[in-house]
Design a protein around this ligand. Structure first.
Ligand SMILES: [Zn+2]
Length: 442
């Protein structure tokens, strides 16, 4: 008998590697890595474990990857709703950011967001915001995998005055965290309408020099495309192609306005796409043609965007929305199956972030990033197909346990690395400051 750190026996294991969930199987874990996924019977014969647990009502699945967030904005949830993107940004979000955003604000908001993400089954997120150290500090405390973008735009924010300062601070951050186990630096030029050609060229140079992924809001709205046609005499996708930005290093976020010419360019250059269906629906931005992109061999991942435009960090409901939007927009119920929606939220996110060699599915040699979902609830019974049940009937409240690199972050709905009461008290205190009045809930 071989000794290992941990064995997790479960009723179902959705590996993300095989089409059908495995039943009565076990994850064998050693040094934070998956050593084997084998039948429970064999695991009991082969191994003794320092810790062995049974999840008899649960599905174990890969940790969810939220491929697009702005978690420093979590205290702006519900501040301004039901508005068009530019009105929302110009008259509400950007003024609020000017007034409030600093290191302390971003650290507190990030911890608060991570509590929500862990409670919703996410183990990894890909963020674009300011005060990067604050988000990284929060990720170290929470124990989540964090991809943190060096946000760059032409105009000043509380974090920097101009692109020179954003690049300087961003590269200092990169140097500080380049060997970190959980934190990875990316580049994040904000959008075609806030970043000049000269700055995009610098983004490309830095990406090539340091091998960094590039996040970019792209073709989010028809207005963005029209403005580009006026200013640059071409659509943003063509402009990005001419600047050499379109490649598998790019993570193109939203992509709701895609014509046939755009599709040809994308098929030839293969950037990753992050679909954010709930943000796109709420801001009435448009619909990302997920099926057409997948058919052209483009990797599509899934993200929530910020809680100011969603208004939650619930990737289980995002999977459901992705499936529903695909079916409704094509009037084809066979579009984007539950299985595909789950793929967008797991291994495709890992591919987009360039980490699919060590996370995103449950197989020997990958990190032990996984979650347990209790499906033995009124809402998810009877149970014929666990994946369908999670995507179409499941709730994030059924996520009971979460592990990253073998470390448990939530046990039976209790957060182990974060203090929920303290986070709620801070959220109330910040909302009192932001609104200028006492929070109604205390
Ligand atoms: Zn965004």
């Amino acid at each position: 008998m071989q000794s290992v750190d941990q064995i997790i026996h479960a009723k179902w294991i959705i590996t993300g590697e095989k089409q059908e969930p495995l039943t009565q199987h076990a994850l064998v874990i050693e040094n934070g890595m998956i050593k084997e996924v084998i039948s429970s019977e064999l695991a009991k014969q082969r191994y003794t474990a320092k810790k062995s647990e049974e999840y008899l009502n649960h599905a174990i699945m890969p940790g969810i990857i939220n491929s697009h967030t702005h978690i420093g904005m979590n205290y702006f949830r519900g501040l301004a709703d039901d508005l068009a993107l530019m009105n929302w940004l110009n008259n509400h979000i950007w003024p609020a950011e000017k007034q409030w955003v600093n290191h302390e604000f971003v650290r507190d908001a990030s911890l608060f967001a991570m509590a929500e993400m862990i409670r919703s089954g996410a183990t990894c997120f890909n963020d674009m915001y300011f005060f990067l150290q604050a988000t990284a500090e929060a990720a170290e405390i929470a124990g989540m995998r964090a991809h943190i973008g060096i946000t760059v735009l032409e105009f000043p924010t509380n974090w920097g005055q101009n692109p020179d300062e954003y690049f300087k601070k961003g590269l200092e951050f990169y140097e500080q965290y380049k060997n970190h186990k959980l934190v990875t630096t990316t580049l994040a030029p904000h959008a075609p309408y806030t970043v000049s050609d000269a700055t995009f060229k610098r983004v490309k140079e830095i990406s090539e020099k340091y091998n960094l992924k590039i996040n970019l809001h792209l073709h989010e709205t028809a207005d963005e495309v029209n403005q580009s046609l006026t200013q640059y005499k071409m659509r943003p996708i063509r402009r990005m192609n001419e600047l050499g930005l379109l490649s598998p290093q790019l993570i193109a976020i939203h992509m709701t306005q895609i014509n046939d010419e755009d599709l040809e360019i994308l098929a030839a250059t293969k950037p990753n796409v992050v679909h954010c269906p709930e943000s796109n629906m709420k801001l009435a931005s448009g619909i990302c043609p997920v099926e057409k992109l997948i058919a052209r061999g483009i990797n599509v991942a899934l993200g929530t965007d910020s809680v100011a435009s969603n208004n939650d960090l619930d990737m289980i409901s995002e999977m459901r929305s992705a499936a529903f939007v695909a079916k409704f927009s094509t009037l084809n119920p066979e579009s984007l199956t539950a299985q595909q929606a789950m793929t967008l939220a797991t291994i495709n996110g890992a591919k987009a972030l360039g980490i699919d060699h060590f996370t995103g599915s449950l197989t020997a040699g990958k990190a032990a990033d996984f979650i347990a979902i209790n499906l033995d609830e009124i809402e998810t019974l009877p149970l014929y197909h666990p994946v369908s049940q999670i995507v179409y009937s499941g709730s994030r409240n059924q996520v009971t346990d979460v592990w990253v690199a073998g470390k448990q972050l939530m046990k039976n709905r209790k957060l182990l690395t974060l203090d929920e009461n303290e986070l709620k008290a801070k959220a109330r205190a910040w909302s009192e400051k932001i609104s200028g009045k006492a929070c109604v809930v205390s």
